[in-house]
Design a protein around this ligand. Structure first.
Ligand SMILES: [Zn+2]
Length: 309
């Protein structure tokens, strides 16, 4: 009787999924918001931002957007640009601090970096708090978290005192390389090549996830909830829905950053110093099993080669 009940329970509880589709989770994070490298044209800035928001809304997918407030500081456009932050918040998305002007902690003095953190929340913090929400997340520009243990810990203490949590990255398929090439081709009046770059980029989404999944299994014995890093670019404003479709096809469901980080693996102490790199690479180093998540060298050369100026 007992075993029959057990069988019944298994039958009832077993998820209705084909065995080849693993259950996977990912939190999407989008850096250099509201829009990267769009410091002149307000209409372009609004169009790209609206494309990102509409894509996420259509897919009903949560996301955290990391803001550089320098991109709001354009004379004559400050109100129009700040309004975009309110749009993100009112659409239900979380905003995080990515510093004011995107300096590398590995290259600027500690006090300058801390100043840049404080300047990075001047507009965003009141917008978040007047909606009864909290500013929680911080992400290091270039993922550079200090070259020495002292500097690393000093910034962690500084962030903790301001109630920030550091957002790691596990999936990074170098979208900005495709995005730069895409926008250059569009502006050069070459939409055919831009379209080819777009297709190559979408192919690369799978390569990026496959790499992180494998490293995760090799180091942890399971796939932890992944944290994807992409950027607030023109390319993503027109491809995000297709990227999300590819993730769904790999078995992903979409969770908040907070939910992803509930996985015990993310509770490990954060002691990594050195140049950038993904959280999985840092984990490999900490475990004495170095791994390389080299997504840069796999990008086709015709995309990475910049035209001579
Ligand atoms: Zn960034």
């Amino acid at each position: 009787m007992k075993s029959l009940l057990a069988v019944l329970a298994l039958t009832v509880l077993a998820p209705a999924q084909t065995p080849t589709t693993p259950e996977r989770r990912v939190a999407i994070t989008i850096d250099d918001g509201p829009v990267v490298n769009e410091l002149k044209d307000l209409a372009n800035f609004q169009r790209i931002s609206a494309g990102l928001i509409a894509s996420l809304q259509a897919e009903k997918v949560p996301a955290t957007i990391f803001i550089n407030e320098r991109q709001l500081n354009v004379q004559g456009q400050r109100d129009g640009r700040a309004a975009v932050l309110a749009q993100w918040l009112d659409a239900g998305y979380d905003l995080g601090n990515h510093t004011y002007s995107h300096p590398s902690l590995n290259k600027v003095p500690l006090t300058e970096f801390e100043d840049n953190i404080v300047r990075g929340e001047v507009i965003m913090r009141p917008l978040i708090e007047e909606r009864g929400r909290q500013l929680v997340w911080f992400r290091y520009p270039f993922l550079d978290s200090g070259m020495s243990a002292e500097v690393h810990q000093a910034v962690l203490d500084f962030l903790r005192a301001r109630h920030y949590r550091v957002a790691p990255v596990t999936v990074d398929y170098k979208d900005y390389i495709f995005a730069g090439a895409y926008s250059r081709k569009l502006r050069a009046g070459d939409p055919e090549t831009a379209e080819k770059i777009k297709q190559a980029y979408l192919e690369y989404v799978d390569a990026g996830f496959a790499s992180a999944e494998k490293i995760s299994r090799d180091l942890l014995g399971y796939e932890l909830p992944q944290i994807l890093l992409i950027h607030c670019s023109e390319l993503n404003s027109v491809t995000l829905r297709d990227s999300i479709a590819r993730m769904r096809k790999r078995g992903y469901s979409f969770v908040s950053l907070d939910e992803a980080m509930n996985d015990p693996a993310y509770q490990r102490p954060d002691t990594f110093t050195g140049p950038g790199g993904s959280w999985l690479e840092h984990l490999g180093d900490a475990m004495g099993k170095p791994v390389e998540d080299d997504m840069e060298s796999g990008i086709p050369k015709w995309i990475t080669t910049r035209p001579p100026r």
